[in-house]
Design a protein around this ligand. Structure first.
Ligand code: F6P
Length: 331
């Protein structure tokens, strides 16, 4: 193998740059050429490639986002789009790929191996931590710290004004980010897609606290809980607004809503994310050199592991419900 490509795809995540840096420098260390592909799969289709060297990845380990840019590409989901990508890769002499991204990116990666016959290794990069086959994904630790910083600040004003704040966190259909930050941030109620909850119970709890003199609350809501409220609310509305209105109506408390949104995707990666990304980037190159393909690297305990992408995509990520329970007991 002489030349590999690297791309980032889907929602960006802090630590993606550290992963790119590691892929490039470890590949160069092994005498490989590395091509950077801009805008994920869209760049494969457009042939938006550039030769990378050591200095292409200088001074990026501390930066959030991705220097390779990212996109969600509809055209790559079509066989025609993928054939264009194959043609471009053949023209450029790209013999294998490293794909850094979440489940949509891995779905694309699988097609690259199976349909286009190009070896590919996936690196899990998403703040959602919604991928099986790894305890944590690149970017999640930084996002959790961002959420905690936000909760700390919101708590200051919540206590001063004796208000209930409903804070909505990202994560698609996965409540990991919410559970962890609820536990670490001391949330008074936690709503995630994986758990049934009774809004009356939550309101009664807040009323009881009010009677005991506690006049501010932090309610953490995962963006994915919305499905449960389909019949009651406007589908385009964030669940936090619906829940906030309901709490206000039932408890009489003054409520405010904060949608943390894309704030959670930015910022300088934590040490944990940088180290994880550096290790996974290196492992991806080593696995390609060892002849592996169609696998995603993960971490279990201190060890890097890898699983077939098909297994990763067909397995639901389990959330540690013990942590959820602890979060509610401690609240
Ligand atoms: O997958 C990462 C993520 O940030 C999710 O948490 C969120 O639902 C989604 O991406 C937002 O996507 P976009 O940036 O395309 O609006």
């Amino acid at each position: 193998m002489n030349k590999i490509g690297v791309l980032t795809s889907g929602g960006d995540a802090p630590g993606m740059n550290a992963a790119i840096r590691s892929v490039v420098r470890v590949a160069l260390h092994h005498g490989l050429n590395v091509v950077g592909i801009r805008r994920g799969y869209a760049g494969l289709i457009d042939g938006d490639f550039y030769q990378m060297n050591r200095s292409s990845v200088s001074d990026i380990i501390q930066r959030g986002g991705t220097i390779l840019l990212s996109a969600r590409c509809e055209e790559f989901k079509t066989p025609e789009g993928r054939q264009k990508a194959l043609h471009n890769m053949q023209q450029e002499g790209i013999e294998a790929l490293v794909v850094i991204g979440g489940d949509g990116s891995l779905t694309g990666a699988q097609k690259i191996d199976k349909e286009l016959g190009i070896p590919v290794i996936g690196i899990p990069g998403t703040i959602d931590n919604d991928l099986a086959g790894t305890e944590i994904t690149i970017g999640c630790d930084t996002a959790m710290n961002t959420v905690i910083d936000a909760i700390n600040k919101i708590r200051d004003t919540a206590t001063s004004h004796e208000r209930t704040f409903v804070i909505e966190t990202m994560g698609r259909r996965c409540g990991f980010l919410t559970v962890m930050t609820a536990l670490a941030g001391g949330a008074d109620a936690i709503l995630i897609p994986e758990m049934n909850y009774d809004l009356d119970d939550i309101c009664n709890k807040l009323i009881k606290r009010q009677e005991m003199g506690r006049l501010h609350n932090i309610v953490l809501v995962a963006e994915g809980v919305g499905e449960d409220f389909k019949t009651n609310r406007n589908l385009d509305e964030s669940p936090a607004f619906f829940i906030s209105r309901l709490i206000s109506d039932k408890t009489g408390q003054e409520t405010r809503v904060i949608i943390l949104g894309h704030l959670q995707r930015g910022g300088s990666p934590t040490v944990r994310d940088r180290v994880l990304a550096s290790r996974m980037g290196a492992k991806a190159v080593e696995l390609l050199l060892a002849g592996e393909s169609n696998i995603m690297i993960g971490i279990e305990g201190r060890e890097l592991v890898y699983h077939k992408i098909s297994e990763v995509l067909s397995t639901k990520k389990e959330i540690d419900m013990g942590l959820y329970e602890l979060g509610t007991i401690l609240s």
